[in-house]
Design a protein around this ligand. Structure first.
Ligand SMILES: [Zn+2]
Length: 90
C-alpha cells in the first residue's frame, strides 16, 4: 500500500528522469525521493531499466552504412515502367 503522494510522484518518474518537469515539480519529486525510501528504490529500478532499454535501442550502425541509408532515402530510385503500369491497372 502506497500513499497517494507516492503514486503521484511515481507517475512522474519518466518525465523527471528526462528533465521534462517544471522546476517546481522536479523539486518536489526530488524532495520526495530524499524522504521516501520505497520511492527511491522504485526510481532506482526505473533508471536502471531505462538505461538498459536505451542501450538496446541505440543502433550499432557504422557511419558509412548510415550515410548509404541517408543517400538512398534522399535519392530514391526512379519508379520503373513496371511500377507505372501496375498503378494504372489498380
Ligand atoms: Zn513515496
Amino acid at each position: 500500500m502506497t500513499a497517494p503522494l507516492c503514486d503521484q510522484v511515481r507517475s512522474r518518474f519518466d518525465d523527471y528522469h528526462d528533465g521534462l518537469l517544471s522546476s517546481e515539480l522536479s523539486e518536489s519529486v526530488k524532495v520526495h525521493l530524499l524522504t521516501c525510501e520505497s520511492c527511491r528504490e522504485e526510481y532506482g529500478l526505473l533508471v536502471a531499466c531505462i538505461g538498459v532499454i536505451r542501450r538496446i535501442e541505440v543502433p550499432a550502425v557504422p557511419p558509412r552504412t548510415l550515410r548509404k541509408i541517408v543517400d538512398t532515402l534522399s535519392h530514391p530510385p526512379l519508379p520503373g515502367p513496371d511500377l507505372e503500369h501496375g498503378l494504372e491497372t489498380i
